[in-house]
Design a protein around this ligand. Structure first.
Ligand code: PSU
Ligand code: MN
Length: 303
């Protein structure tokens, strides 16, 4: 595995000097966000990490290697819709390496890359989970399995209610993944700060999250999911969202969309149906997640 893993120079230095690192995924860039929003978000995430004294590490598979810390040019490549870019989860991780396909990593594949490289903090927008209608399709994101397997703190704005959020939370409990509300006792629903789903674990500072994570890792625990809602001024009311979601799900069913195409399809439909209103929320929440992840990475290094 050694020569299948390559670090950017800055990341390598940061690791050896104990400078905190925040990792970012690439599926969100290649399959989750439209252009030019994806480029803006990628740039913003890197900037936020640096402002907080961290080194950013955007992750992907390139030229048969897992790359930890893409260059600017490499990030821009993953922000194109180049047709040979593949969405990589745990199942096709080795295949993308073997075939030298450019691989955009999901949360699951990013956590695996973090574990291989020894990175502990990762920020994204929202995680994948149990899809609505899972009893028929068995469509459950490998993000959940990865949270149970890799010792990484994942910072997100919860999950979109295109998923069965209640079932997703049940699976996280079964898998022993702590779900930590950051200054909230509700599991946030991505575009909206409103949520009926209660959480038992609440932390009020990055130090508190870091302390809990350290104990979790010391006890042999693996992933932790830290959730923080979209900032209030960018939150979209739930009643509006639900209409778009129902419509997007109906369109997916009518078009027989299945497998890895489901999440990207639903995300694109939501953008269309909301006439881009979801984009401002998306940008705000990712920036917010990146900022919190950087603070947690600092606290983990300093504690
Ligand atoms: N949820 C979002 N936006 C995203 C994703 C999920 O709100 O862009 C992406 C992430 O990369 C996540 C992946 O890991 O989709 C999950 O895909 P699947 O459901 O196929 O496992
Ligand atoms: Mn799936």
């Amino acid at each position: 595995m050694k020569n299948a893993l390559v670090m950017g120079q800055e990341v390598e230095q940061a690791l050896s000097r104990g400078i905190p690192i925040v990792a970012y995924e690439t599926t969100i860039l290649s399959f989750g966000l439209p252009e030019p929003m994806n480029r803006e978000v990628a740039e913003l995430c890197e900037k936020v990490a640096r402002e907080a004294g961290c080194v950013p590490a955007t992750l992907a598979i390139l030229d048969g290697q897992v790359k930890i810390g893409l260059t600017k040019e490499e990030i821009l490549f993953f922000c194109t819709r180049a047709p040979h870019i593949v969405k990589v989860n745990l199942q096709n991780f080795a295949a993308a390496l073997a075939r030298r396909q450019p691989g955009a990593l999901t949360v699951a594949a990013s956590m695996k890359a973090c574990a291989l490289a020894g990175l502990r903090v990762f920020a994204t927008g929202g995680i994948g989970g149990v899809h609505r209608g899972y009893a028929q399709t068995l469509d459950i994101s490998s993000d959940l399995r990865a949270l149970a397997e890799f010792p990484v703190v994942v910072v997100s704005a919860g999950a979109k209610s295109i998923l069965d959020v209640g079932a997703t939370l049940e699976v996280l409990e079964t898998l022993g993944v702590p779900v930590i509300g950051y200054r909230t006792d509700r599991f946030p629903l991505f575009f909206t700060a409103e949520s009926p789903y209660r959480l038992d674990i609440v932390c009020d500072s990055p130090d508190e999250v870091a302390a809990l994570a350290r104990i979790h890792f010391a006890c042999g625990g693996k992933g932790l999911l830290v959730v923080t809602p979209v900032p209030a001024d960018a939150s979209i009311p739930m009643v509006e969202l639900e209409n778009w979601i129902e419509k997007a799900l109906a369109d997916a069913a009518a078009n027989n969309v299945s497998g890895k195409a489901v999440t990207p399809y639903l995300l694109e439909r939501l953008e269309m149906l909301s006439q881009g209103r979801t984009l401002a929320a998306n940008r705000a929440l990712i920036e917010n997640n990146a900022r919190l992840a950087a603070a947690i990475a600092q606290a983990l290094v300093n504690g």
